[in-house]
Structure formats: C-alpha cells, structure tokens
Design a protein around this ligand. Sequence first.
Ligand SMILES: CC(=O)SCCNC(=O)CCNC(=O)[C@H](O)C(C)(C)COP(=O)(O)OP(=O)(O)OC[C@H]1O[C@@H](n2cnc3c(N)ncnc32)[C@H](O)[C@@H]1OP(=O)(O)O
Ligand SMILES: CC(C)C(=O)C(=O)O
Ligand SMILES: [Mg+2]
Length: 532
Amino acid sequence: MSQEKTATGSGQDHLYIFDTTLRDGEQSPGASMTLEEKLRIAETLDALKVDVIEAGFAIASEGDFACVKAVAEQVRGCTVASLARAAPGDIERAAEALVPAIRPRIHTFIATSPLHMKVKLQMQPEAVLEAIHASVSKARGHVDDVEWSAEDATRSDPDFLCRAVEAAIRAGATTVNLPDTVGYATPEEYSAMFADILARVPGADGVILSAHCHNDLGLAVANSLAAVKAGARQVECTINGIGERAGNAAMEEIVMAIRTRGDVVPVTTRVETTEITKASRLVSAVTGFAVQNNKAIVGANAFAHESGIHQDGVLKAAETYEIMTPESVGLNRSSLVMGKHSGRHAFAEKLREMGYTLGENAFQECFKRFKALGDRKKHIYDEDIIALVDDEVATASNRIRVVSVTTHSSSGAKAVSDVTLDIDGEERSTVVYGEGPVDAAFNAIKDLIGYRPHLQLFQVHAVTQGTDAQAECTVRLEESGRTANGQGAHEDTVTAAARAYVAAVNKLMVKREKTAPQPVASVTPDVAAGDG
Ligand SMILES: CC(=O)SCCNC(=O)CCNC(=O)[C@H](O)C(C)(C)COP(=O)(O)OP(=O)(O)OC[C@H]1O[C@@H](n2cnc3c(N)ncnc32)[C@H](O)[C@@H]1OP(=O)(O)O
Ligand SMILES: CC(C)C(=O)C(=O)O
Ligand SMILES: [Mg+2]
C-alpha cells in the first residue's frame, strides 16, 4: 500500500482505516468465526473500502493460518495483514499465509511498558529493543509493508517508547502503531503521546503513525480522534466495536465522526459509508453479538424518533434532530417510532403513509385512542394503528357506540360486566352476569339494546405479538334471516369483543331498516331470540 499521507486529492490528509474485526474483533470471548464467515466479512470490508483488513494471527492455529490465506486470496481492493509476535516463527508463518495477497502487510508487535516487559515477557528493555530490530528487519525481508506496534504504549515510559519507535523505523517499519492496549488513556494524554513521538523521534514524520484504542473506559473513539488530531494517519478499529474485553474503537463511529465533523478532524477516508449498516448486521449475525439499540450509527434507534416534538421537527426538516442522513449509512430513511410520546404531526404522517385519509373528527378520535393505547402498550406496531383506525372508521357513523366496558371474573364464579353504550347520543349503562367475561358483556349489550340477535360466530386474534397485543374480534349475528359481521379492536379483549358485537348490531339495524322500512328514531326491540 502506498504510504502517501495525502491520497484523496481533496487537499485533506487521507486517514487509513485498518479494520481488525477479523483479528482483535475475534478476540472477543465467544466471537470465533469460521473460515466461511470470515470470508463473508472480508468481502463486506472490501466493499466498504477499508484500507487494511487484519485477517488474523497466522501462527495462532492452523485454522487462523487458513483464514489469513483465504482472505489474502479473495480480497483484491485492500491491503491484507497478519499479526505476528516478535518471533521468527510468527513472522515466517504470517509471510507464508500472505503469499496470495496483492498487498500484504506483516504486523509485528511487542510490549514496551515496564509491567509487560518485566512480568509478561520477562525481558530487559534492551532485549526488547533488539527484538524490535530483529522482528521488523525480518518482516521487511518478506514484504515491503511492515507495521510495528508497541503493545501497551500508553503505559510505557515516554523516553523508552521514543527509543523503541526509533528502532522500529530504522529497521524499516512503514507504519508505527501506538496502542492503548488496556483502554487506560484519556484523549489529552493520547494525543500528547503522538505529538511527543512526532516531535522527538527522527523519521517519525516519514511513517504512518497509527492509533489502536480499546474501550475499557468508553474512550476508544474519542482517543482515536484525538490521535488523528495530533498527527496519526491510521486508525485501527472494528465493526460494531467488537474486540478484546470492552472492545475496540468502532469503525462506523470513527468514520462517521470524521465525515460529519471534518471541520474539527480534517482528514478523509475512502470508506463507502452506505455499506456500514450491512456490515454491522453481518458482524452481529455472525458473532451473535446483538448491537445495543442506542449504539451510535448502527443501533436500531440511531435514526429513530419517538417524541412528538422531535418527530414534528424531523418532518419539517430532518436536520433539526439528525446530524447525519440515514441514507449516508445505508438506511432507507429515518423511522418515526409511534408511541405514547408521539404527537399529532407524526400520527398524521403515519396515517398518510399507510394510505388513510380521515376527516377531522375521526382523526381526533383515532389520535385519542392511539395515545391511550401508547400508555398501555410498549411497542405500537403498524398493525395496531391499522386495527385501531379500521375499528374507528367502521364505527364512526354508528348509532350505537361502546363507551366503556368493565368486567370482573374469577375462576369458579360467574363473571359480571358493567357496560355503557351511547345509543343515539344518549348514554345507557347496565351491570349483568354471564358465564364468562365476554358472555357477561354480550348479555349487558343485549339488555341495553333491548333485543337478542343470535350469535353465529365469535373469533379473537392478537393483532401483534406479546401479551400486551391488541385483540381483534369478529362477531357474526343473525336476526330474522339477516346476518351481519362486526369487527372490534382493543387492547382489552372483552372491550374488543363488545365493540365487535355492537358493530354487528349496527349493521343488522341498517339491514333491518333497508329491508323493512320503519321509523328508526329509537332502537326498538323486535326480536327476543336468545343466543346463549
Ligand atoms: C494485545 C493483543 O491483542 S496481543 C494478541 C493477542 N492474541 C492472541 O493471543 C490470540 C492468539 N494467540 C495464540 O493462539 C497463542 O497465544 C500463541 C499461539 C500466539 C502462543 O501460544 P503459546 O506458545 O502456547 O504461548 P502462550 O500464549 O501461553 O504465551 C505467550 C508467549 O508469547 C510471549 N509473547 C507475548 N507477546 C509476545 C511478543 N509480542 N513477542 C514475542 N513473544 C511474545 C509470552 O511472553 C509467552 O512466552 P513464554 O511462553 O516464553 O512465556
Ligand atoms: C497487537 C496490538 C496491536 C493490540 O491489539 C493491542 O495492543 O491492543
Ligand atoms: Mg488490541
């Protein structure tokens, strides 16, 4: 890969995106991927146009070697890298796996912090400097593109770190990575470290300096951007921020931060941002790691609005509450999530989308019912709104309407229902017993309307999933050879049943009027057939 720092022709420096989803990302406990899965992700990363794909750690296992090799064979657009310790065998194995790559990179590393050198490596600092020289030189013997990383750079002694970086550059490293391996640094400290290296290490301005941040304190992206502001021109990151412990810096967050805030981080990437959502979903599906709803850029709620004031703003001009367009990350559009916080503007828009045109009264009535539903139900789906509006529209011109239904039932006892109906503008109530709550409600309705049509059919189904789903009931009534169906929807099943029953009664009344014209000023009983 070319090491030019300005590669875009935009006048701004190019920021290389080094994706390590397949290596550091796979180090997340439980994220192991098969070769086929890695190839699918590599294909997506290629389409995303990241600059470097770290495909694995070739020495780690036969499987990892095969993955690096397969990715190197498949990927044509990006540099492909393999990790290697400062050990000859690791470097040889990495070089072998990378043979098919068009642009191979060996990424060799060793820790430089006192703690890691003393306790983990059990090496003297001078021996570490020698190992840096030997490993980078050996890697350069295989490929031209060699990255060297100072593991635990942020807890290293600054003077020693300068010596280590200098050793790597002298040995031929083309990229020098300064990881915050344990996510310990703050943005100010991390940018100061890059500034220090650039100011003090001969040749540091002739290589690409790279940031690699972990998210133990939730600062991985902030630290990466701070490093870029201080002169880093490569960031190492993963899709969805997966990685060791709390993860790595999230690629989508870094790329979109740069795209959105080029005024404060003036670099460009070549990432095809419209592929971000697809990549995020693939990585989530392959690893089984769900993306939290409120995750920046790729969370389910990242472009969703539920509050009425926000929805109204977004409908008038999306920029009021969106700093990026959903299309820029590969989503079709932002979503207006309907819920108890939604207002009339959003509800009207939703109805328009679903093809409804309601008169003012019906709209206000539907909105009232929608808000009441939102108070009781966590998720309001399109089906809920359809059921509610259909129910309202179907019953809007009815002479008899359900005002309220209250039922009490317990096992082993009769149910009792208190029903209030609006009949020709006058409210009438009664309390009646039944074998069950629906039976009691139907008995109450029959008493109130003063006649007893025969119940031919009673069906209930849930409009959506979940125990808080609305019930949609269908009732078929028969009276003197005339039949009529009625539907009713409500989150309370008995109320839905009562609404369906009353809807059918209204239709029967219309049929009766049409077939046997008579004064209809009041609802007059003419049939007393019980239906049980
Ligand atoms: C910060 C990071 O993300 S580093 C990358 C971490 N990723 C991984 O470790 C995943 C893949 N790792 C593996 O499969 C294995 O650890 C292997 C194959 C690399 C090594 O396995 P083993 O030989 O069994 O050694 P083990 O993992 O137990 O210990 C690591 C050894 O490497 C040494 N080591 C660690 N880092 C380096 C380094 N950069 N350069 C040279 N030696 C190193 C350790 O000191 C230890 O050496 P020792 O055996 O002499 O004590
Ligand atoms: C191997 C290096 C780059 C690493 O992953 C780290 O230090 O976190
Ligand atoms: Mg790491």
